[in-house]
Design a protein around this ligand. Structure first.
Ligand code: BGC
Length: 328
């Protein structure tokens, strides 16, 4: 009897031991798998391609949206995107950042090309060193860049022209503020805008100034313009902070009769549209630009062929659709 009990106890103990051993082995294997996975992630992060995105102005709200899109794509495609740009718009600083990116042999450069003559040779130098370059927001069409991602700027200028022509009545003199004299996107927007205004004899552009993409400069220039041409009744701005600057000027001069049209969907512009202080704005898709540029760069590294130009959407926002736009 005692022997039988011993035998049963031993068998129970044996199975208990087997059970514990089984769990121990299973837990050890699970741990090894987790460690291996972590190592793989660390290895992947270490070797993940490193792209640099060079903006016109680091903290500009428009460029922050481009950055957001690029970072979202970086997460999705497991690459690293380093977002850089001058504190205040400055072509020479932007050129230096591009030179630095080339010297550090990054895996891809996404750059706004502010000035064709300065950027084209550098973009070609990067390509010669096997560093792929995609232009964003503003193209360098004569360079060997792989692709351009951004607005069709001539058409966007036309959209602005149509927005004005369809929303004002009678004879109107127009003052225009552009972001930059040298950048291709601003020139194309201006040409597109003028091509539409030329079709309307009751409308004429009587003054043109440059804001250097600063709302304060836009305001100063708009004020000067309105003082020199008091008969101006419509003012348009073709870069993201111009309309807000123009609005500051009309407030200073007590000219709330001026009809203001702008570009982009920065918060203050949308608020002013809601309050009836800005008539309409042409919005671009900076988030999509950032996202698509990174996606295309990844596809290029995977040896897929990518289009030469990739146009993102534009749209008119006015009092009729500003609420939906604000919640996007
Ligand atoms: C333009 C950018 C510019 C930004 C400045 C946008 O409309 O597309 O080139 O940097 O305005 O605020």
């Amino acid at each position: 009897m005692t022997n039988k009990r011993w035998t049963i106890s031993l068998i129970v103990l044996f199975f208990l031991f087997l059970y514990v051993l089984f769990h121990f082995v299973a837990a050890t294997q699970e741990m090894e798998r987790t460690v291996e996975k972590l190592k793989q992630t660390a290895r992947a992060e270490k070797t993940a391609p490193h792209f640099v995105l060079i903006s016109q102005e680091f903290d500009n709200p428009y460029w922050r949206k481009v950055e957001k899109g690029a970072k979202a794509a970086a997460k999705q495609y497991r690459v690293n995107v380093e977002y850089i740009g001058p504190l205040r718009t400055n072509v020479d600083e932007q050129v230096k950042l591009l030179e630095k990116a080339i010297a550090s042999r990054v895996d891809g450069i996404i750059v706004q090309s502010l000035n064709d003559a300065k950027f084209t040779p550098l973009i070609n130098k990067a390509i010669a060193r096997n560093i792929p370059v995609i232009t964003i927001d503003t193209d360098a069409p004569k360079s060997k860049r792989l692709a351009y991602v951004g607005t069709n700027n001539f058409e966007a200028g036309q959209l602005l022209g149509k927005a004005v022509a369809s929303r004002v009545s009678g004879s109107n003199k127009i003052g225009v503020i552009i972001g930059s004299e040298t950048s291709e996107n601003q020139q194309l927007r201006l040409q597109g805008f003028q091509s539409i205004i030329a079709q309307h004899p009751s409308l004429s552009v009587v003054a043109l100034s440059v804001s250097n993409i600063s709302r304060f400069q836009a305001s100063i220039q708009a004020e000067k313009m309105l003082l020199t041409h008091p008969d101006i009744t419509v003012m348009v701005g073709t870069s993201a902070l111009d309309a807000i600057g123009i609005l500051m000027a009309t407030k200073n001069l007590d000219r709330d009769d001026i009809k203001i049209f702008g570009f982009d969907d920065v918060e203050e512009t949308l608020d002013a549209i809601q309050q009836g202080k800005i008539v309409a704005t042409v919005i671009q898709k900076p988030y999509d630009m950032g996202f698509s540029a990174v996606k295309l760069m990844v596809e290029h590294l995977e040896d897929k062929s990518i289009a030469n130009e990739y146009f993102t959407a534009t749209e008119i926002v006015d009092a009729t659709n500003v609420e939906q736009e604000g919640t996007k």
